[in-house]
Design a protein around this ligand. Structure first.
Ligand code: PGA
Length: 264
């Protein structure tokens, strides 16, 4: 399988930023700037509150909508939570197992596994974040951590459902680092190859070639190309730079340019 058979995905994770009004303004600005390309999907992950209004007003040919998290049970006495079942008609994607969830909210490997399963069951593509912390890295544990996160997350996913799953390599030490610590394309190449190898062991050669694997961690308009050119990387999960429409539109433009050149 040629890597061009996989789409390029650019995800904007707005995290806990922007009111509904500001979210709507950002989508408006992005609509003016972002072109439609059939092989580049632009996925926006606003706060839970903004999902409904944005879904009504945005151009669905241009953007796909993504939740940042959801609860794995479909319904019940889980005060304060929103389920994948409730989001099913609203979003196409949901981020699962983001390091912020794992670190600040104590999300375990098993919780991530249940969320991935619930997403798939409700027709939502989970965007599963996988990556080691600085501590893991310093201790030489990166591969073990990636292995454990990936194999548990996919534990209840059948080979047919794997087509809906998107994986992201997000080394925690490279997320929102404004002080210069970024992942080198070479680090990313090794981790992504290792992740595909894990998928190959679990689901076989064809599945490993088909699954989308993105990179995330301090991606901006200047370095996005160096990540998108890494073999096996199908896109980027962008945090801070996705809040600025100049930067995010420039990132999407780079993705278009790389795609158009590769397809020529
Ligand atoms: P960042 O965030 O681009 O600000 O590092 C990445 C993410 O959303 O995890």
């Amino acid at each position: 399988m040629n890597h061009l058979e996989r789409k390029t995905l650019i995800v904007g994770n707005w995290k806990m930023h922007l009111s509904v009004h500001q979210s709507s303004l950002l989508v408006h600005r992005l609509t003016e700037r972002i072109k439609v390309h059939r092989n580049v999907e632009v996925i926006l992950a606003p706060s839970m509150l903004a999902l409904q209004p944005l879904s009504l007003e945005m151009d669905h040919r241009r953007f796909q909508l993504c939740a940042q998290d959801a609860y794995p049970k479909d319904e019940g006495g889980y005060t304060g939570e929103v389920s994948f079942a409730m989001l099913g008609s609203l979003v196409q994607y949901c981020i699962v197992g983001h390091s912020a969830r794992r670190i600040y909210f104590g999300e375990t490997l098993e919780m991530v596994r249940d969320k991935v399963e619930a997403a798939v069951r409700n027709g939502i593509s989970p965007i599963v974040c996988i990556g080691e912390t600085k501590q893991d890295r310093d201790a030489g544990q990166s591969r073990q951590v990636i292995h454990d996160q990936l194999t548990t997350a996919l534990m209840n996913v059948t080979s047919r459902d794997l087509e809906k799953v998107v994986l992201v390599y997000e080394p925690v030490w490279a997320i929102s680092t404004f002080d210069g610590i970024i992942a080198k394309p070479d680090d990313v190449a090794k981790a992504v190859a290792y992740m595909r190898m894990q998928v190959r062991e679990l689901y076989g050669e064809r599945a490993a070639e088909k699954v989308s694997v993105l990179y995330g961690g301090s991606v901006n308009e200047h370095d996005v190309r160096s990540y998108l050119e890494v073999p096996g990387v199908d896109g980027a999960l962008v945090g801070a730079a996705s809040l600025n429409y100049h930067q995010f539109a420039a990132i999407v433009d780079e993705a278009y340019r790389i795609r158009i050149k590769a397809e020529a």
